[in-house]
Write a protein of this length. Structure first.
Ligand SMILES: Nc1ncnc2c1ncn2[C@@H]1O[C@H](COP(=O)(O)OP(=O)(O)OP(=O)(O)O)[C@@H](O)[C@H]1O
Length: 302
């Protein structure tokens, strides 16, 4: 048995379709240590959500499997909390009650009512939502809803946090603010996280490793990039950091040029393609965040 905390071992999956079986993933292998923050990045439709759904226990692999903390994953469970792009809060419950529902399923037998209340409030505070905990989802912004979704997941004290484009539906500034919050929380709690993202900067800023997937069908792990940047990380300081920009360019290069299966010979990057990756990097707008309000961040043009 593997000694990693979370081990994805030889995972393949075939979906039945009217045109016959569709093999979305082929032999995905990934070993994750406790407390690691992993981003999954790859072209649309390559199979990132499928990997996450298999780890969540929502899909069953056709071959291979997932082992978490020595136990094989074969169904969904509270030790693997999922945060989706579209904050899946129950609309008739307040932020507090949404978190409470999850906390009750995990801690009903082990916590008193007072302990549960403190626990819920602590997690809402962690995501800076304590001021609006008695509001319903239709009374708060998208960014605030996503904060509640993260609080709900964290309050379950999961062994692994699975995030499927958690900030994908948010505007750039709200997204930046939530990324900063997530880094702070990660610093404090040291969660094991797998996050899907399409955002190269988000991946480099937050991750210990970036797992880049090849295009499907039969997608697999194409390349893994170690992000050796000290923490805590500060986005504005990193904007001019050559190491940060090197990692960023590596991911862009993979997405632009090296997205075929690993056993397929790669083309040598053309001068044009390298130039394109470089100019995309240069064209990136630099954002500065002023002091955040209790709701959402304020903007100062940089
Ligand atoms: N239940 C299913 N039945 C049939 N095909 C599926 C099913 N789920 C996923 N697929 C197919 O598997 C492939 C991978 O899908 P998946 O949603 O995992 O990709 P993704 O990388 O997360 O995409 P995106 O970045 O666009 O969200 C796609 O071709 C998709 O159509």
């Amino acid at each position: 048995m593997s000694s990693s905390y979370l081990s994805i071992e030889g995972v393949s999956i075939e979906f039945p379709t009217p045109n016959g079986p569709f093999k979305a993933l082929d032999s995905v292998d990934l070993k994750i240590n406790k407390g690691e923050f992993i981003s999954l990045i790859g072209h649309s439709g390559c199979g990132k959500s499928t990997v996450l759904n298999i780890v969540a226990g929502l899909y069953q692999a056709t071959d291979g499997g997932v082992i978490l903390d020595g136990k094989e994953v074969d169904e969904p469970g509270p030790e693997r909390a999922v945060v989706f792009q579209n904050h899946s809060l129950l609309p008739w419950l307040t932020a507090y009650q949404n978190v409470e529902l999850a906390v009750k399923t995990v801690f009903k037998k082990t916590m008193s009512k007072a302990e549960m209340r403190d626990w819920i409030e602590h997690h809402l505070k962690l995501v800076h939502m304590d001021h609006a905990m008695h509001k319903r989802p239709d009374e708060i912004s998208g960014g605030m809803k996503q904060r509640v979704g993260i609080a709900r997941a964290l309050a379950m004290q999961p062994k692994v946090l699975l995030m499927d484009e958690p900030f994908g539906a948010l505007d750039a500034l709200t997204r930046a603010h939530l990324q900063d919050s997530l880094m702070e929380i990660q610093n404090e709690l040291n969660n094991t996280v797998i996050m899907i993202t399409h955002d190269v900067d988000e991946a480099v800023l937050l991750s210990d490793r970036i797992v880049m997937m090849t295009n499907g069908p039969e997608a697999t792990v194409g390349q893994i990039l170690d992000i050796d940047l000290p923490r805590p990380r500060e986005r504005l300081a990193l904007a001019d950091d050559p190491t940060y920009n090197h990692y960023r360019a590596e991911v862009l290069r993979f997405l632009h040029e090296r997205h075929a299966k690993p056993d397929v010979p790669m083309d040598t990057p053309s001068a044009d393609e390298a130039e394109q990756a470089k100019s995309e990097q240069a064209a990136k707008p630099e954002l500065k965040l002023a002091t955040a309000t209790k709701d959402e961040p304020q903007v100062v043009n940089g």
